[in-house]
Write a protein that binds this ligand. Structure first.
Ligand code: GLA
Length: 503
């Protein structure tokens, strides 16, 4: 009798669990100031205490692989294999009436964020079906970026805060403050310009921050500058905005109609539908679409250096390709990226550049000496010079670093030969590159914190003839050269950058 009573209680509580089932499609939407919403979809199926399904949030689509509890108190863990990285999203919560109250951490070390989800119709927010990638072919070169692109991008300084007024005033600053004269021309809007929904014809739209992209392009063009934009081959961008998946040709036409001159195309949400080996075909689709748009548009591949992009970047019509993950405004991040590019030198050439990511110069996380190293290293690497600071508000020192014409001339050298490391001893490295007209650039980098006397033998830098002249591009003065080598005291975290002429 007692056993029967216990069984009845268990059966009743199981029934009450089932009555309050988590099964269904749930949406947690947080309004953003740009008029869009940050959306997280939970497509859940509950069977007794087991919960399965998917979580889709910003660029990520997780499969629920672990779950515990009941509607009164549950935990679901979604996982996603992203190349070599296993990503996890953990939500703890409970059903309260018709709402799911949950808490999660954006990163493992971040504080808990609370979200409330409501039921939405099945299928809403579902990951779109996968389209098979096209067969590979060679997209013809678009004739652009004969030297590494120079300009500005909104992400490093403004991230989601970029808007029409910021872009206009940055363009004003660039046109006025000597940067345009120094060669900077592209004003690139990064992620978070996109509207939440496409229009009735499937055209991509802008959000509140960008009321009229065509008018903005006209404005930027009126300053003698060019406008860049950002999208993704996936359904979502990295920040979770609308991507170009399934609309590649249409979006390329829209960009061309707006007057866009540069597209940064960021892998992000594409990882949910394609593997890394399919990347080339996926990028080729946009390469073809840009060409079909009829407008000359620089094609910038942003996929963090995965799948040896430097080997196939030119074949998809790419003018530049990211070789690494995202840069941060720290000495550690900048040097780890910059000094790690040696092996990629053979892949840089006019029209096709390795991109170790945008500049952090002027963003405040490094000293002026360190920013001079950043500028010198990127110029030695023939890297795109895309400033990432607030051009409206720079110290004279930062302005001087970004606009040093003799340093920029190294970056922009017509031969486009990326520097290689010619010697290394502990924290001291010498890099060199041949320049057009028989000159050379030689950079003595001191990665240690204390000043150090460094030496370079001209012949080690590939200089066979006797140098006639060597100019220090930061002190803007000729240096004395005698004999077969050169030595100088290089400040801690600093550089001596020379242009050496032999005729
Ligand atoms: C990725 C890119 C960044 C930036 C952000 C925007 O992280 O690598 O450069 O474009 O996305 O969301």
């Amino acid at each position: 009798m007692r056993l029967l009573r216990i069984l009845t209680v268990v059966a009743l509580s199981t029934t009450s669990c089932l009555a309050a089932d988590l099964t269904g499609n749930w949406l947690a939407a947080t309004p953003l100031p740009d008029g869009t919403q940050r959306k997280a979809y939970f497509e859940l199926k509950q069977q007794d205490s087991k919960i399965t399904g998917h979580i889709r949030v910003t660029q990520f689509y997780y499969t629920i692989t672990e779950s515990t509890g009941s509607p009164d108190s549950f935990t679901v863990t979604g996982t996603l294999q992203d190349g070599k990285t296993l990503r996890r999203a953990v939500y703890e919560g409970k059903l309260v009436g018709e709402e799911l109250h949950m808490a999660t951490r954006r990163r493992p070390d971040a504080p808990l964020t609370e979200v409330v989800a409501h039921r939405v119709p099945d299928g809403e927010g579902a990951m779109p079906a996968r389209t098979e990638p096209p067969a590979l072919h060679k997209v013809p070169y678009n004739g652009l970026a004969k030297t590494p692109p120079m300009g500005w991008n909104s992400w490093n300084k403004f991230a989601g805060r970029v808007d029409d007024a910021t872009v206009r005033t940055i363009a004003d600053a660039m046109a006025r403050n000597g940067m345009k004269e120094a060669g900077y021309v592209y004003i690139n809007i990064d992620d978070t310009w996109e509207g939440e929904k496409r229009d009735a014809n499937g055209n991509i739209t802008t959000n509140k921050k960008f009321p009229n992209m065509k008018a903005l392009a006209d404005y930027v063009h009126s300053k003698g500058l060019k406008l860049g934009i950002y999208s993704s081959p996936g359904p979502n961008t990295c920040a979770g905005y609308e991507g170009s998946y399934g609309h590649e040709e249409q979006d390329a036409k829209t960009f061309a109609a707006w007057g866009i001159d540069y597209l940064k195309y960021d892998w992000c949400g594409a990882r949910n539908l394609y593997n890394e080996q399919e990347m080339q075909a996926v990028y080729q689709k946009m390469g073809d679409s840009l060409q079909a748009s009829g407008r000359p548009i620089i094609f910038s591949l942003c996929q963090y250096g995965l799948n040896d992009v430097w080997k196939w970047g030119p074949d998809v019509g790419g003018n530049l390709w990211r070789t690494t993950g995202d840069i941060r405004d720290t000495w550690d991040s900048m040097t780890k990226i910059g000094f790690n590019q040696d092996q990629l030198a053979p892949f840089a050439a006019p029209g096709h550049w390795n991109d170790p990511d945008m500049l952090e110069i002027g963003n405040g996380g490094m000293t002026d000496t360190e920013y001079r190293t950043h500028m010198s290293l990127w110029s030695m690497l023939a890297a795109p010079l895309i400033a990432g600071n607030d051009l409206r508000d720079m110290t004279p020192a930062i302005h001087d670093i970004l606009t040093n014409k003799e340093v920029i001339a190294i970056d922009q050298d017509a031969d486009g030969k990326q520097a290689t490391r010619i010697s290394q001893s502990g924290d001291q490295e010498v890099w060199a590159r041949p320049l057009s007209g028989g000159a050379y650039a030689v950079a003595l980098f001191n990665r240690a914190s204390d000043d150090v006397k460094m030496n370079v033998k001209w012949s080690d830098a590939g200089i066979k003839e006797k140098p006639r002249k060597a100019r220090d591009l930061w002190t803007r003065s000729d240096v004395k050269i005698t004999g077969e080598e050169y030595s100088a005291t290089v400040p801690g975290h600093g550089v001596v950058l020379l242009r050496v002429s032999v005729n």
